[in-house]
Design a protein around this ligand. Sequence first.
Ligand code: HEM
Length: 551
Amino acid sequence: MDGVLYNYVSLLFVLFICSYIVKTITKKLFSYRTGVRVQHPPSPPALPIIGHLHLLVGSSFSKTIHSLATRHGPVLQLYMGASTCILVSSADFAKEILKTQELNFVSRPEFAYSNYSIYFGSDFTFAPYGTHWRFLKKLCMTRLLSTSQLNQFIPIREQEIMKLLEYLISVSREEESCDLGTPLTTLMNNVICRTAMSTSLSDNNTDEAKKIKELVEEMQVAGEMLCVGDILGPLGKFDLLGYGRKLKKAIGKFDQLVENIMKKHEDQNETGEIRSGQGKDLMDVLLETSNDPSAEVKLTRKDVKAFFLDLFFAGTNTSSVAMKWAIAELINHPQVYKKLRQEIQSVVGHSRLIKESDVQNLPYLQAVVKETLRLHPPTITTIRQSSEDCKINGFYLMAKSRVIINLYSIMRDPSNWNNPDEFIPERFMANSDDLNSNLDFMEMKGQNFDYLPFGSGRRACPGASLALTMIHATVGALVQCFDWKVKDGELVDMREASGFGISMEMANPLVCYPVTKFNPFKKVTDAVDGAAGMSTTKQNHDCKNQEIKSN
Ligand code: HEM
């Protein structure tokens, strides 16, 4: 048995070396055949076979690519086993790719992931730039995630934020701590589940949303591992670690679950039964579109389900992670916290909870959110693929080159940002002397290439408005309603998690103690209860000096 295994591993190793050699020779031949000396992007010294893989192993992916960019420059060609990519880390190069040559870079590459997805060919995020993607994008911008559709869901978002506050007030009453990441992920999961298909984690009749959350988490882990497995080139197809099988199984279960929800919607629409909740959800809009004989593209059931999977993948963790980083920074910067609380109180008063419509009058809250997304972009990189041979700023790129745009480094570039590693929301206030003050909302969506938390151009994030609405309202409410303490008076550990996850997670859970300062469930007269009536002994014992000073 051992002998068989040995032969099998040896065969894989030989195949791996062969694919590496073939790749290197092809590249050399190409330069020779074209007869012109082409200038490829520079490349740090590489090791045989593994290329630059050893340089990518570090404390966190963001820090590793940031250090590569700082040491070796804004454009780099990296070899990772059988896979090659171009790492772009400056606003100039990003502009060239995302704007000047946008049409050449408007598609994304295919990963080994797609071999195991029943939704291959139906999904949105990795769809090539073509009729299917264009149709879904238009649908997103005009109906699914449009301002009018989002306005229709204000009550859902308000209810979900109230549920979060209710939970935190009960934690505060018990003088307990909580890992804030968990209720924030539940909040975003509920908002997206209810908006998309009228189901939520706290719906007593169903645990659909809970199952969706678990399945999406499973798929995320398996999907990330399969993307990393691309370094094995053709060997990735052997699914040696079994992540392909895991992914397939989880997608199968997700498909069944969403199919059932879809059938329920169809039955209700047929009988005219009114669902509890507000108006049409995204599933209704998609079913309507798929039944529309005059629609430009005939959406299949598979297309609809694949679209929902993309929403959960792209929308849930990204936003909740951003809220978590914002609160962590605020805990570590009590002066910023105090100033933000004062702004909210002066605009909103002391008798009601902050609303989404207040945000336009809260420039400091907007600055805190912008600064959080700059310093801790939930999506560290975005990936594109060239469709034709091209030159970017003098460097030659072959068709099908994978380009990783290093959003993290671009937003920490010292030539564009003063003290780039520090949390300074004031840089986004009017009259700041920072190089990027006065960034307006449109610029947040990719018109300023120094600041790209949501990417840029046709392929930019279609969920940016929903994400920003939720982050502002939630962070605002958490600051208005609570003081936050951390165990033993320490600062929050701001290290980033290791791994290649879709969202840039914190290395450790954000465990903190909420102390109620404003209770929106109480009558106006006694709503501002501070920590009054609450024994401070336990919190003082555990949290020592880290109290956020409020007025
Ligand atoms: C703070 C939260 C979020 C951040 C930082 C973020 C960031 C991004 C980035 C950087 C991209 C790639 C853009 C590019 O290639 O130029 C992207 C794509 C995408 N995002 Fe978001 N996102 C967030 C929330 C959301 C939400 C709430 C949704 C949906 C409800 C969403 C749906 C998508 C989709 C579907 C894509 C793929 C678009 C395409 O390929 O055409 N995102 N996002």
